[in-house]
Design a protein around this ligand. Structure first.
Ligand SMILES: NC(=O)c1ccc[n+]([C@@H]2O[C@H](COP(=O)([O-])OP(=O)(O)OC[C@H]3O[C@@H](n4cnc5c(N)ncnc54)[C@H](O)[C@@H]3O)[C@@H](O)[C@H]2O)c1
Ligand SMILES: O=C(O)C(=O)C[C@@H](O)[C@H](O)[C@H](O)COP(=O)(O)O
Ligand SMILES: [Zn+2]
Length: 385
């Protein structure tokens, strides 16, 4: 832990992808040095800062000031906040703004925001003039530990999450953990779901660390936050470097997302937010794994306890098996009509398995017998810390 104190000055994690390699740089106050950082990346000329209204209120003015001071011509593009913005319609608006401001192939897009802004900006960068460079400046916990790294970019379709997109790696990921201090509590807690995910899929000692430090995590303790952001980025960078396009190992990063994405789309993207849906997804995918014989009850119990301790939801909302199964059919891991799912074998080890429909239906019936229905949770919930 003491190491983290001394390391807080600057962390650099390399994402090794040949000609598409890049660094993740983590430093408090980095958001005030974006002019220097972009210059270091040899960017010049026009920069489109894509952000949302919440972030604009907090950071746009100072970011524009430092970019202009470094000689860049800056065009801000401000979108409405939230998952409902992650659409092709928003992409069209961004395209219009880039054309109007005469962006060129040598121009740069900068994603200043959470996962919605990051996914959308990366996709816009992939398709504008068939591809321009972009840089991730993630400001939410989900974005700092997960979405800004790895090059999955895109938007949602009403029938399924992230169904439209491209693999497109950023030129750099510039993380300023200090920005997490303005993140609303519900969003902070949601980010913990992806952090817990890394423990389950790849790092049992990290899972144990989260169990031991959850109280400190929830106070936004700087040292603990620095550790969870860095360790999450290390795991993601390592997995992505091994399997950029999700041919095999990268599929483990989807733990919790087969059910999670289904719940998000069933809620019309205005119910459970991404991290919350992933939290519920992880607990129930683990429970399904236990039912199918892949892991013991102790794995489910430990995971549910940690999810609950972090303040995340851990109960299946009021959905029918038919609706859930049909939404799960939209998952990108579906192949020849078979739904594949990441299941834990123990804390720290997972595998990808085909879900048998009849057995999954039987498991869902046991969930319904065991648990009272959580009315309308799929349509959203509010919490305060
Ligand atoms: N590409 C990937 O690998 C990947 C990984 C995980 C999640 N995702 C995607 O990311 C999205 C979820 O990301 P998210 O949870 O960041 O949601 P988000 O982008 O909607 O941000 C959450 C909310 O927090 C606000 N916010 C963000 N940072 C803030 C800050 N520092 N101060 C104040 N307010 C701040 C935003 O304005 C927004 O209202 C989903 O669409 C999900 O599919 C993608
Ligand atoms: O980077 C990955 O790979 C992931 O699966 C990370 C997930 O947390 C993330 O939500 C991702 O966007 C889901 O990918 P998808 O391909 O299932 O849409
Ligand atoms: Zn996710």
């Amino acid at each position: 832990m003491e190491k983290d104190k001394t390391d807080m000055a600057q962390q650099t994690i390399h994402v090794a992808l040949g000609t598409r390699s890049y660094d993740i740089r983590i430093r408090r106050g980095l958001v005030n040095d974006l002019g220097v950082e972009l210059t270091r990346l040899r960017r010049t000329g026009k920069v489109g800062v894509i952000t949302d209204r919440h972030l604009a209120g907090h950071y746009l003015k100072p970011v524009m000031r430092v970019l202009k001071a470094a000689g860049f011509t800056v065009t801000p593009i401000i979108l409405p906040p939230g998952e409902q913005t992650k659409t092709l319609r928003s992409i069209a608006k961004v395209m219009d703004a880039l054309v109007d401001a005469r962006f060129e192939r040598s121009s740069t897009l900068l994603a200043l925001g959470g996962g919605v802004v990051g996914d959308l900006t990366g996709f816009a960068a992939a398709i504008y003039q068939r591809g321009i460079p972009f840089v991730q400046v993630p400001t939410s916990l989900v974005a700092q530990v997960d979405s800004s790294v790895g090059g999955k970019t895109g938007v949602d379709h009403p029938k399924g999450k992230n169904l439209i997109g491209a693999f497109n790696q950023p030129k750099a990921v510039l993380i300023d953990p200090a920005t997490l201090h303005t993140l609303p509590p519900r969003e902070w807690v949601a980010g913990l779901a992806e952090v817990i995910k890394y423990g389950v899929i790849a790092d049992a000692p990290f899972f144990e660390y989260l169990e031991q430090h959850m109280a400190r995590i929830l106070t936004l303790d700087d040292v603990v936050v620095a550790h969870i952001v860095r360790r999450s980025c290390e795991i993601k960078a390592e997995v992505v470097s091994e399997d950029e396009r999700e041919a095999d190992r990268r599929r483990i990063l989807n733990f919790g997302h087969t059910i999670g994405h289904a719940l998000e789309s069933l809620g019309g993207y205005k119910g459970l937010i991404h991290g919350e849906a992933v939290a519920v997804g992880m607990v129930y995918e683990a429970d399904l794994a236990r039912h199918l014989g892949y892991c013991g009850q102790e794995v489910v119990d430990r995971l549910r306890r940690l999810v609950e301790a972090s303040g995340l939801p851990a109960r299946m909302p009021d959905v029918t098996f038919q609706d859930l199964w049909s939404a799960m059919q939209q998952d990108k891991k579906v192949s020849a009509g078979t739904v594949y799912c990441v299941v834990p074998e123990s804390i720290g080890a997972v595998r990808v398995v085909a879900l048998p429909q009849q057995e999954t239906r039987a498991w869902f019936a046991t969930v319904r017998r065991r648990e009272p229905r959580v009315r309308s949770a799929v349509a959203g919930r509010r919490r305060v810390r």
